[in-house]
Write a protein that binds this ligand. Structure first.
Ligand SMILES: [Fe+2]
Length: 303
């Protein structure tokens, strides 16, 4: 068996509004559209994902919260209805997904061996959170690639941000080791919004885009600064500024998916591709790609 590898990673945010705007058959709520620039950003990301030909998608979601340890979906097939607890008017989604339990168990074991508290989730009736589902639906609406679902332990919220990031760094290394041993081609999905300042009232027509804009200019400026650094491939500076970004933009990356993904990819100093940016109820959302295999091929051509 050849060595497995991470072929790429995406920042793939999960506002349920994006699924609502798409009107897929799985979602009960109907819309007139809305949030098109972000939905079109996902369309571009889908094309890249298709070219990456992954065997498995790994997603870390802030909305599967497990206060004791890092948990992994551990049931081969899960289905049911997922409802957003806040936006139940927009997101009531019938999901049906296949889990790569073998890889999930390997990630779980590697992380435990590195000192993290971990657990496999074995409840066959488990209702998968809307963050995991929205990210997966938006990046691969066909649902034809097995997934590994990872919970948010949320350690940065009750430890210091630095300690929390350190834990996510370890989880990232463990994830990479498990993928390499698996022989599979994997794509990582960090299900995070950036600036998370948001409005507290919804327009009568939720998809009325005349009401959509950044809630906070400070949050917007932080997002642009960080996206520009990512586009330059300057992840050292991104991680140096990470605690300040989290603090001042109330950034959802605090929940761990983003540092987990960067660590798993080895903090690649390659320019990230921005597929698009847009706000959802005022929060800042970017769809971004790190294509490790393409960067490798470029390096090989130059050498
Ligand atoms: Fe969220």
């Amino acid at each position: 068996m050849s060595q497995g590898k991470i072929v790429g990673g995406f920042v793939a945010p999960h506002p349920p509004h994006l699924v609502y705007g798409e009107n897929p058959p799985q979602n009960e709520a109907r819309s007139e559209g809305g949030w098109e620039p972000l939905r079109w950003a996902y369309e571009r990301a889908r094309k890249s994902l298709e070219e990456m030909k992954p065997d498995v998608l790994l997603v870390h979601s802030p909305h599967w919260q497990t206060l004791v340890g890092h948990h992994f979906l551990g049931v081969p097939h899960l289905e049911g209805k997922s409802v957003d607890p806040i936006f139940s008017n927009l997101f009531r989604y019938k999901f049906s997904l296949d889990v790569d339990v073998e890889l999930a168990e390997a990630c779980c074991q590697e992380a435990a061996a590195m000192g993290l508290t971990t657990k496999m989730m074995r409840n066959p009736k488990f209702r998968v959170d809307y963050g995991t589902i929205t990210t997966l639906h938006m990046i691969r609406p066909q649902w034809d690639i097995p997934i590994v679902g990872i919970s948010a332990n949320n350690s940065p919220y009750y430890l210091s941000v630095d300690e929390g990031v350190e834990q996510m760094d370890t989880l990232g290394v463990a994830t990479r080791k498990a993928i390499e041993k698996s022989g599979k081609r994997a794509v990582l999905l960090a299900s995070n919004t950036f600036s998370h300042w948001h409005f507290h009232e919804e327009p009568d027509v939720p998809e009325d885009m005349s009401r959509e804009h950044p809630q906070s200019y400070e949050g917007y400026k932080w997002d642009m600064k960080m996206i520009e650094l990512m586009r330059q491939g300057n992840l050292k500076e991104v991680m140096r500024l990470f605690p300040e970004w989290v603090e001042e933009a109330f950034a959802e990356v605090k929940s761990g998916a983003f540092p987990w993904m960067l660590s798993a990819m080895g903090y690649p100093e390659i320019p990230a591709e921005l597929h698009g940016y847009g706000t959802v109820i005022g929060t800042g959302n970017a769809v971004m790609e790190w294509n490790l295999e393409k960067a490798e091929a470029r390096d090989a051509a130059v050498a």
